[in-house]
Write a protein that binds this ligand. Structure first.
Ligand code: NCD
Length: 310
């Protein structure tokens, strides 16, 4: 358990205990209620967030920026590797040391696994991992768990299916770490070549999670309380032909949902390509845009707790 979040780097899904998630979710709820009631915040007035995005992003960067602005703080950002000194060959460590002089919190996305941890080693301020290549994406996992709790009302006792690119998908890599804290049945649904790395699966089993690996999506739909769909990630394939072969592997549409378990909730970290058809957007369990909204509250909470303000 994290006794005091102040100054803590947020790097990996495995760093949290259940109590930590409760804390973040409780602060997120508080901000959500406040904003709904028209409250404005100056908790982070005078503080600066550096958003360093060396890989494409829409939601993660903008929701962090929105969160910081809603807390009364300011934002400086790098929106692509091409426009920063990374393009000149500057190391992650030098970048982190430099940005530590300008900001109070760093949020960083980078194509390399372990990059955020590398920055955290030298940074003088908290570093939040917003995605390190095919590694981890802990803030997405936190907002995902928060969304599950809001949508289903509980975490224990539910059946969850993770669908799609489980090999390279950093959102699911982080999410399973958090889900393993609860009594959850986990189905890992992917094409054989995109299975979750074996060390992660054995780690889950060691923790006592009931894990089933399968390629059968319809069966998962019929037996799950939550379907968490992910994109097949073109940018992670070295062989484009391999991507082309797999890209249409799983598509969730209304026809498939006719056989779904009553009350099924569908989530997706987004962006989607074609793995959930747009007709599903009006399905009552389609929660992915509510999930997007929860991202702002959870990221407000994270910024506040790592700054020692909540
Ligand atoms: C994901 C990511 O970047 O890992 N998006 C996100 O942060 N919400 C998923 C993806 O790119 O497919």
């Amino acid at each position: 358990m994290i006794e005091n979040f102040k100054g803590t780097h947020i790097l990996h899904g495995n760093q949290f205990a259940k109590e930590d998630l409760d804390k973040v979710m409780q602060v997120a709820d508080e901000f959500e209620k406040g904003l709904k009631n028209g409250e404005t915040y100056d908790l982070m007035r005078g503080k600066v967030l550096a958003a360093l995005f060396f890989e494409p992003s829409t939601r993660t960067r903008l929701s962090f920026e929105s969160a910081m602005l809603r807390l009364g703080g300011g934002v400086i950002s790098v929106a692509s590797a091409a426009t920063s000194s990374a393009a000149k060959g500057e190391s992650i460590a030098d970048t982190a040391l430099t940005v530590s002089q300008y900001a109070d919190v760093i949020v960083m996305r980078h194509p390399q696994i372990g990059s955020a941890a590398e920055a955290a080693e030298v940074a003088k301020i908290p570093v939040i991992n917003a995605g390190d290549g095919a590694g981890q994406h802990p803030t997405q996992a936190l907002l995902d768990v928060h969304t599950i709790k809001k949508e289903i009302d509980k975490l224990d006792g539910i059946q969850v299916s993770l669908v799609g690119d489980l090999k390279y998908g950093r959102t699911v890599h982080a999410l399973v770490e958090l889900l393993s804290l609860y009594d959850i049945g986990l189905r890992l649904v992917s094409p054989a070549s995109l299975k979750m790395p074996t060390d992660m699966v054995s780690n889950l089993k060691e923790k006592g999670v009931d894990v089933v690996e399968t390629e059968n999506l319809p069966e998962a739909v019929a037996g799950s309380d939550l379907l968490y769909v992910t994109r097949i990630q073109k940018e992670r394939f070295s062989d484009v032909a391999e991507y082309e072969k797999l890209k249409g592997a799983y598509v969730v549409d209304n026809a498939m949902l006719q056989k779904a378990k009553e009350g099924i909730v569908i989530m997706h970290p987004l962006p989607r390509v074609d793995e959930i058809t747009t007709e599903v957007d009006s399905y009552k369990g389609a929660a992915y845009f509510r999930q997007v909204r929860n991202g702002v509250f959870v990221r407000m909470a994270l910024l506040a707790v790592v700054s020692g303000l909540k």
